[in-house]
Design a protein around this ligand. Structure first.
Ligand code: AMP
Length: 359
């Protein structure tokens, strides 16, 4: 393995310039790797802690090729990018995770179909591409249900709940401009959890403890390990599915799958082909964090230990004005405060997170 690993001083290119890129860059530094960020934004909290920043559109082929020529490996931290231009990068530098994983993860239809093909259970779903199609889907799936955009949705955006027939019109009006839609049955879950999975270039797979996740207004609020309730019983089936997915995609890097604890076992909700918010607790709560293991995997190093480094770990997101309490939080002994260095604390914007580890 060490023969193919990137030596210190190598440069890892990251497409995307947000907090995930920032935490990847911080995790790459101890290995002596340099980071080059590719992102269109003038302000990039990832570029703030990286050696280089190419500021160009995600579909600018010329800029992407020059970027790939300047790095030793390319990875991504953002999935709402066109996958097509990335295929051409392979001639310039290796790209990990596989672009196929990105294509699947950014489309709810491809994602659910793939999960089902791998033997996973999903909510009942139907493709909706017209108003009449929505009526047909409601008849088939029943209510309550959730209408979602199939692409570019995140943090609960691009979703409308339909509890009763009178709400169908409003849901359609809210999302009809969003391209192809999907109607999902409402899963009667007891808990939500996610799997954080790492796979290295040699094919070794490692799981961290599965956090129980609580969302508020569609945005992740807390991730806690160990998860209580039914998560432990549902974990083997969920992990078996994740293993299949990782192997089928010949995945390299870290990915996350969000599950519901359903009445008959785990229900696959969605997958993110990248490091994930529900894995931020691993920075202080496990021996090697999700960010470290993603860097290790794409750089050709073996994975670090995913063992828990405490009795309990709770990660809480700081959304919008939550981060105004930074001084008070920074004064709390034993609380690990992470601020992403973003400018304006707009409502709903992820400004930072805190992690409390009980040792
Ligand atoms: P998503 O963007 O698909 O992860 O949805 C955000 C959140 O909405 C999830 O974490 C759940 O809390 C809720 N949700 C989404 N889809 C469903 C569903 N089919 N049944 C019940 N709750 C859902």
């Amino acid at each position: 393995m060490s023969g193919t690993a990137l030596p210190p001083g190598s440069t890892i290119g990251i497409i995307g310039g947000g907090q995930l890129g920032r935490m990847l860059a911080l995790a790459a530094a101890p290995f002596g790797y340099r980071i080059h960020i590719f992102a269109p934004d003038e302000e990039s909290c990832a570029a703030d802690v990286s050696a280089q920043h190419t500021r160009a559109a995600y579909d600018d082929q010329v800029a992407l090729a020059a970027f790939a020529d300047s790095v030793d490996v390319v990875t991504f931290e953002f999935e709402n990018i066109a996958a097509e231009p990335l295929h051409a990068l392979d001639d310039h530098a290796p790209v990990f995770p596989p672009i196929r994983a990105l294509e699947i993860g950014q489309d709810r239809i491809a994602e659910k179909t793939f999960a089902q093909d791998c033997g996973g259970r999903t909510a009942d779903w139907a493709v909706v591409d017209s108003r009449a199609g929505l009526d047909a889907a409601v008849t088939r799936i029943g209510l309550p249900a959730i209408l979602k955009t199939t692409r570019f949705g995140y943090d609960g955006k691009g979703q409308a709940r339909i509890r009763k027939a009178e709400e169908v019109d409003a849901a359609w009006e809210a999302l009809k401009e969003g391209g192809t839609l999907i109607l999902e049955s409402m899963v009667k879950f007891t808990q939500e959890f996610s799997l954080l999975v790492a796979r290295d270039r040699a094919g070794t797979i490692a799981f961290w403890d599965a956090p129980e996740n609580v969302h508020k207004d569609g945005i992740l609020h807390t991730s806690s390990v160990p998860a209580d309730g039914e998560v432990a019983q549902q974990l083997p089936a969920a992990r078996a599915l994740a293993r299949k997915i990782a192997e089928k995609l010949d995945y390299v890097g870290v990915f996350a799958i969000e599950f519901f604890c359903g009445p008959d076992g785990p229900v696959f909700n969605e997958m993110a082909p990248r490091v994930h918010n529900s894995g931020h607790w691993t920075i202080e709560g496990s021996v090697a964090s999700q960010f470290e293991n993603h860097i290790r995997a794409v750089a050709g190093l073996p994975l670090g230990s995913t063992a828990l480094a405490g009795k309990t770990v709770v990660m809480t997101n700081l959304i919008g004005p939550d981060a105004d309490r930074w001084a008070e939080l920074a004064a709390e002994k034993g609380t690990h405060l992470h601020l992403y260095g973003k400018g304006e604390a707009r409502p709903g914007r992820k400004m930072g997170h805190l992690t409390r580890v009980e040792r």
